[in-house]
Design a binder for this molecule. Structure first.
Ligand code: SF4
Length: 247
C-alpha cells in the first residue's frame, strides 16, 4: 500500500539511539513512548511529506484510492494522464469506465478502482457540489474511501488532524508498545490521544518511513534504529545496570 507513503527530503540513514536527543529516556507508558517516538522520528525524518503527486484535495483523493495495493511511484505515473482527461469531479463522474480502466490499468485492481472513482466523483457532484468534504463522516460515505484514505486527505490536503493507519503504522505501533490492537481503526483511536492533533499526520508519515527503512517487517534493523533504547521490541542489548546487593 502506499496511500500513506512518505518521503524525507534530507533523510539521514537510521540514526542510532545515542545520536538523538533524549537517548537516555525510557518512558514506561504507551503515551510516553509515543511522545518520545514522535520527537525522535521528527529529528530523523524532518521533512516527511506525502509522495503522491497532487494539486488539491480532489487529486489527492483520486491518487489515494489508486494507491491501494500499488506503489506511489506507479500511481504518479498514471495520474497526469488521468487528471488531464478528467480534471474535475464533474468530468470523472461521466467518464467512460473502459477509458478510465485503460489509463489506470497498471495500478492493479483497475476495474474496482474505476467503479470507486466514478461513484466517488458522482457523489461529490450530487451531494457535495463538486467539492471534497473534509469531515471524516462525509469522506467515508464516498466510494473507495475508508478511514485510512480519509485521514490521508484530511491531514495532507486540509491540514486537519488525521492519523492514517496502514500496515507500517500498525506494525510499528505494536512493536513500540503503543497498542496491542490489530484493528486499524482501534489503533488510530488509541493513538490519537497520545499525539497532538496537529502532529498526527506527520507521525503517521514518519512511522511509515521508519517502517520502510529500518523497522522492516521481517527483520527489523534494531542496531540502526534511533528508537532502540526505549522500544520494548528492540533486539539490541541494553547496558547492564547493576542492582544493589545486600551486604
Ligand atoms: S523493533 Fe527494532 S527497528 Fe523496530 S522500532 Fe523497535 S528497536 Fe526500532
Amino acid at each position: 500500500m502506499s496511500a500513506m507513503s512518505a518521503t524525507a527530503g534530507r533523510l539521514p540513514s537510521g540514526a542510532v539511539a545515542g545520536s538523538v536527543p533524549g537517548a537516555r529516556s525510557r518512558p514506561r507508558s504507551p503515551g510516553g513512548r509515543a511522545r518520545l517516538a514522535l520527537e525522535r522520528l521528527t529529528g530523523i525524518y524532518p521533512d516527511a511529506v506525502c509522495e503522491l503527486d497532487h494539486r488539491g484535495p480532489f487529486e489527492l483523493l483520486v491518487a489515494t484510492i489508486l494507491s491501494a495495493q500499488c506503489t506511489d511511484a506507479r500511481v504518479n505515473m498514471v495520474t497526469p494522464e488521468l487528471f488531464r482527461r478528467w480534471p474535475t469531479p464533474d468530468a470523472l463522474s461521466v467518464a467512460n469506465p473502459e477509458e478510465v480502466q485503460e489509463v489506470i490499468r497498471s495500478t492493479g485492481f483497475f476495474a474496482s478502482k474505476t467503479r470507486s472513482l466514478l461513484a466517488m466523483a458522482s457523489r461529490l457532484v450530487e451531494v457535495y457540489g463538486g467539492e471534497v468534504p473534509s469531515g471524516m463522516a462525509d469522506l467515508t460515505t464516498l466510494a473507495g474511501v475508508g478511514r485510512k484514505t480519509a485521514n490521508v486527505v484530511r491531514s495532507v490536503a486540509f491540514g486537519l488532524p488525521g492519523l492514517p493507519v496502514d500496515t507500517h503504522v500498525l506494525r510499528l505501533s505494536k512493536r513500540l508498545g503503543l497498542t496491542t490492537e490489530d484493528d486499524p481503526t482501534k489503533v488510530e483511536l488509541e493513538l490519537n490521544p497520545m499525539v497532538p492533533a496537529s502532529e498526527r499526520g506527520g507521525f503517521s508519515l514518519r512511522l511509515i518511513l521508519h517502517g520502510r527503512r529500518v523497522c522492516v517487517a521481517r527483520s527489523p534493523r534494531c542496531r540502526e534504529c534511533g528508537l532502540a533504547d526505549f522500544c520494548p521490541s528492540s533486539t539490541v542489548e541494553r547496558p547492564f545496570r547493576p542492582t544493589r546487593s545486600r551486604v
